[in-house]
Design a protein around this ligand. Structure first.
Ligand SMILES: [Zn+2]
Length: 341
């Protein structure tokens, strides 16, 4: 079973992929919000390795190399383009180690470049950026490559083409901003259809939208394609009026909480579990959580689709709680006091 590839595992049932390394490393104090470049891979590789292990422990079936935003444009912005290859190869080696020790799938990763604007010059540039990252991923022996957070459908198609040329399976997920369309105006269903036609193995959505505002789009995508569908929301309470985590406004300050003041909007872990169960019911099998995800979200998601990851050994059991528990050996005086806590 551990030797099965992505597609074999998806044929059997759900595959869980923990994402959100950027936000979690930022939260832990090893990555700077704003530029959002994964320099932590070089400066504190042990933090990345530990997070890979925590996500697998919590139920992730995939170790995704932390090469998200480790592309030429991001490195250019911080003046460190010369470390691009080293950063990518190191991130891949860290992920491979944890995948090998755990039997999880090992995934490479490319993402939106922030360079694509829909002209020939940017088409050429982004293709070059994808090709170099995918070549390093292929060298490292990835099982497949994730292309994620594309808001231009065409940029996603270029990434997909580069992954296919490398002979690797492709999971391609789009970001859908406030308007329910890609930046060139394709509906999510139409964009996913095009990706499937171009050879993607799994298509779907990740990032930006929380469970409540991603779920309605999944139904349309599931009906539009015949390949496997992916859904990896952010764990924030987005809603119809503010459907993305960038569009949320804090009612107390009227400020935009993205990206470092989102804490009060965070979903309870069970909400991710409920999302996963609902998505699976729709026929969406590639499931995960993006920016903001913690291991507790991943565990809830895993348990909601019938898994018992190692971390389930520590899933809550309130029966032994001194005040709220039901264990007959507990002091009745404390139980009586429970409502006054
Ligand atoms: Zn994200």
């Amino acid at each position: 079973m551990a030797n099965d590839g992505l597609l074999e595992r998806l044929e059997r049932g759900p595959v869980i992929c923990a994402e959100g390394y950027l936000f979690e490393c930022e939260r832990r104090g090893y990555l700077q919000a704003g530029a959002f470049v994964p320099e932590v891979v070089l400066e504190h590789p042990e933090v990345v390795t530990q997070l890979h292990r925590e996500f697998v422990h919590a139920g992730s079936d995939v170790v995704e190399a932390f090469t998200y935003y480790a592309h030429r444009e991001k490195l250019r912005v911080i003046g460190k383009e010369e470390r691009l290859e080293e950063l990518n190869r190191t991130a891949l080696a860290l992920a491979r180690e944890v995948a090998r020790e755990s039997g999880a799938l090992f995934a490479g990763d490319v993402s939106n470049t922030n360079v694509f604007v829909g002209d020939d010059e940017s088409r050429r540039r982004v293709r070059g950026m994808f090709e170099e990252q995918i070549e390093w991923a292929a060298d490292a022996g990835v099982d497949y490559v994730i292309g994620e957070t594309f808001s231009w459908g065409e940029e996603a198609l270029i990434a997909l083409d580069a992954i296919r040329r490398a002979g690797l399976p492709a999971v391609v997920t789009l970001v859908i901003h406030q308007q329910p369309a890609t930046r060139e105006g394709w509906t999510p269903a139409e964009a996913c259809k095009r990706l499937e036609a171009a050879g993607a193995d799994v298509v779907g959505l990740n990032c930006s939208r929380g469970p409540r505002t991603m779920l309605p789009l999944l139904d349309e995508i599931r009906s539009a394609v015949s390949c496997h569908v992916a859904a990896l929301p952010v764990p924030y309470r987005t809603h119809e009026g503010q459907p993305t985590f960038q569009s949320l406004r804090d009612p107390e300050s009227a400020q935009r909480p993205f990206p470092t003041a989102l804490d009060p909007f965070t979903c309870a872990r069970d909400e991710l579990g409920a999302f996963a169960a609902a998505a699976l019911e729709l026929g969406v099998r590639y499931l995960g959580v993006c920016c903001g995800a913690g291991p507790h979200h991943i565990r809830s998601l895993a348990e909601a689709v019938g898994r018992t990851p190692p971390a389930s050994r520590y899933s809550a059991d309130m029966s032994k709680h001194a005040f709220l528990g039901t264990d007959p050996t507990l002091r009745e005086e404390n139980r009586d006091y429970a409502d006054r806590l």
